[in-house]
Design a binder for this molecule. Structure first.
Ligand code: PLP
Length: 720
């Protein structure tokens, strides 16, 4: 199965599929075979290839054997318990679905059966021949093929026993006769059967999602407790990229706003939910991107969907040009607009230009793309896309969701980062810098839920564009606005990061360390210039097993990323490294990942190289220069990776700017005598962080494990 996603790339060297157009290959790879529902049409066709066919069947048989060997291990019981499954004598269908390895094993078994059947069909296609028998199918695989569930059941797994019993009767979408029968007896549609069939499809194509119960602790970042309050794990995949979700001045501002304005917004922006907090956040965001206006939504998913759907449906004859790797929110927005769309190959300027050329210059066009692509870590060619937009009369829509707070001297994103010096010189001025990359982008969207650590999304652009979206977008108008305390926290976070470059610089240092250490161990990371560290696994079952092993055996939580978020065969563990992970925690991650790769025999870089490469791993493209240069990192001084027990640095000057910015609404922050002394020590450089500046008695009140440093009037008790 692993080879499939690479077929398009090997087109030129494959005599069997080489003549097929890439677009056809792509369409075939994303269409389920009507005869063999666990495989795509492309896989079905590939089983007819004299080279790929036997290889596919053999690989799927190996996967089956792999699941069977996992079934007997003691850690399986731990996984069951963590999922709330307690095996007894009777095991229900629902329990099999809940059990990650039983359901994955069953999906693998079905796929193995389908591949065997498809390969037999492909080998004996002459008209008039009988369909192959079960014995023929088994013979085609080269040996007797007991099912996965049967093998695993023999290894003692109770769920596999039940799976073995039921795998011969997979749930399926009711056909016309069944529907008729249902209506004849009860007169009603069988909704339960419908839900079960939809879920079964997810299990079959391995896209069923498992959500881990993870409770990130504000005083112990990056530690969380699991479903059990006593069980603590390290989080290595959160999008709270900088730890701003528990930054002391963010929390302090939120507490103050909550006390003053209460829990909720009380209405839509149109009716009672439009507060000074909302307006000041929008001004802050407009200034961040040096645009005339900005508009805040409940999330950036909503911002993208609402903006793109509104714009595309209003602009007459509008055509969207959308990067093939765009986020679901943009895809949905474009779809909802009803406008025509052209999808260009990821980051491929030639393909984009070829598509733009098809339309007259006066046709309204919008190029929609991202700066940092969060699943592979690539960065969009923003400047070059602006050049094409100008040449062909298009607007540009840039999603900076995975870049705001993380790139640029003030954290405005990659567009700002590309003109670092001009933006640094311009400081906090709201004025656009003419012809800078950020100035040339017409619409920028961002989130407040990732690097800014809170929640919400926004779009920034010209005054009239923003006013139009505000006036027409249902996703903005007809929903309760964000609570004032949340909006205040988001603004505090944006202001803090505008004035403090240290967190994002230290993040880059830690990211570099982790990438280098993985490379030294031959552990494959999809190469890229950004902060994203996608560890390639290349198989859905293995990625899930690796994630489970990391969590249950090493106390490290990294979520597996599977289809449809990434292509089949490019499954990965997406590691996020923050400035708050300590050197010891980094050591732990590297060691655990290495052990898990060995235990599960996951392909390393050298293995991928032998196989011709996968997702740019193993083809000599590993050395991509990071977008953050050494000189840019040095603008933050020499930030040092934290050690266990060391307090994170908090920038007192940035805290003062935040407090000042809220004085009109929340009043001045009153400091007691100790707090004043601490502040003075920090400002004069006599102490590096609050914990160091506090008198002994007060220090004891701080959390012991990697405590977050607190501002001088934080909600953490500071008593002298
Ligand atoms: N755009 C991209 C590229 C994303 O990855 C995401 C979320 O993961 C969003 C938009 C949506 O952002 P939010 O989480 O604020 O809804």
């Amino acid at each position: 199965m692993e080879k499939l996603s690479s077929l398009a790339r090997f087109k030129s060297s494959c005599p069997f599929l080489g003549g097929t157009k890439t677009s056809t290959l792509r369409a075939l790879s994303s269409t389920i075979s009507p005869r063999f529902p666990s495989i795509s049409q492309l896989t079905e066709r590939a089983t007819g290839c004299p080279i790929m066919g036997p290889a596919l069947v053999m690989r799927s048989t190996q996967m089956v054997a792999g699941y069977a060997s996992v079934a007997g291990q003691a850690d399986v019981q731990k996984i069951h318990h963590s999922k709330g499954i307690f095996p007894g004598t009777s095991v229900s269908e629902a329990d099999i679905a809940k059990c990650p390895h039983a359901s994955a094993a069953r999906a693998a078994a079905r796929m193995a059966d389908d591949l065997a059947a498809a390969s037999v069909t492909a080998k004996a296609p002459e008209a008039g021949k009988e369909a192959p028998s079960a014995a023929q199918k088994a013979a085609a695989v080269g040996k007797e093929a007991p099912s996965t569930a049967q093998k695993a059941a023999a290894a003692g797994c109770p769920f596999h026993k039940a799976a073995a019993a039921t795998e011969e009767q997979p749930a399926k979408v009711p056909d016309a006769t069944e529907k008729q029968a249902t209506s004849a007896t009860s007169g009603a549609y069988n909704y339960d059967k419908f839900y079960a069939a939809e879920l079964d499809k997810k299990h079959k194509d391995q896209s069923y999602r498992y959500f881990n119960n993870i409770n990130r602790l504000a005083t112990k970042f990056p530690i969380a407790h699991t479903a059990s309050v006593k069980e603590e794990v390290q989080v290595w995949c959160a999008n709270d990229y900088l730890g701003m979700g528990n930054n002391p001045v963010v929390l302090e501002t939120m507490h103050r706003a909550l006390d003053k304005y209460g829990a909720g917004a009380g209405g839509t922006r149109n009716i009672a939910g439009n507060s000074a907090m909302h307006l000041s956040l929008e001004r802050e965001l407009a200034t961040l991107h040096r645009k005339e206006s900005a508009l805040v939504f409940s999330s950036c998913y909503v911002a993208n969907d609402a903006t793109l759907s509104t714009l595309g449906s209003k602009l007459p004859g509008c055509v969207y040009f959308s990067d093939a790797s765009n986020h679901a929110s943009m895809i949905q927005g474009i779809r909802h607009s009803g406008a025509k769309k052209e999808i260009f190959k990821h980051n491929d300027l030639n393909d984009l230009e070829a598509k733009l050329q098809k339309y007259p210059k006066d046709t309204p066009k919008i190029i929609a793309f991202e700066s940092v692509y969060s699943m592979c870590g690539s960065i969009g060619p923003i400047k070059e896309i602006c050049d094409l937009a100008k040449k062909y009369g298009a607007l540009t829509f840039l999603d900076e969701v995975h870049a705001v707070g993380l790139y640029g001297p003030r954290g405005a994103g990659v567009a700002e980062h590309l003109d670092w010096e001009s933006h640094q010189i311009a400081g906090q001025s709201p004025e656009p810098i003419k012809d800078s990359v950020m100035d040339r982008i017409d619409m920028i969207t961002g989130t407040l839920g990732k690097a800014y650590g809170t929640v919400g999304g926004y779009v920034a652009g010209s005054r009239d564009f923003i006013d139009m979206i505000r006036s027409y977008a249902p996703g903005f108008i007809f929903t309760t606005s964000l609570p004032p305390a949340t909006v205040a926290g988001a603004r505090a976070s944006v202001i803090y990061q505008k004035h403090h470059v240290g967190d994002r610089a230290l993040k880059q240092i830690n990211v570099r360390t982790v990438k280098e250490r993985f490379a030294a161990l031959d552990i494959p990371v999809v190469p890229g210039p950004s902060h994203i560290v996608p560890v390639l696994v290349g198989d859905a079952g293995l990625a899930k097993a690796a994630s489970d092993k990391l969590l249950h055996e090493h106390g490290i939580y990294v979520q597996a990323i599977n289809y449809p978020t990434v292509a089949v065969g490019e499954e990965r563990l997406r590691v996020t490294v923050t400035p708050r992970h300590t050197a010891e925690q980094i050591d732990g991650l590297i060691g655990a990942m290495n052990t898990v790769f060995t235990d599960l025999d996951i392909n390393r870089i050298s293995d991928w190289a032998k196989l011709g490469g996968r997702a740019n791993v193993g083809i000599g493209k590993e050395n991509v220069a990071p977008i953050w240069s050494n000189a840019q990192i040095n603008t933050a001084g020499q930030p040092q990776t934290l050690r266990d027990g060391e307090a994170a640095v908090v920038d007192v000057t940035a805290i003062q700017v935040v407090r000042k910015s809220f004085e009109d609404l929340l009043g001045a922050v009153e400091l007691n005598e100790t707090e004043r002394k601490v502040e003075a020590a920090l400002l004069t450089g006599a102490a590096k962080h609050v914990a160091e500046a506090l008198p002994k008695k007060a220090k004891a009140t701080l959390a012991p494990v990697n405590p977050v440093d607190v501002p001088v009037t934080s909600t953490v008790a500071v008593s002298a």
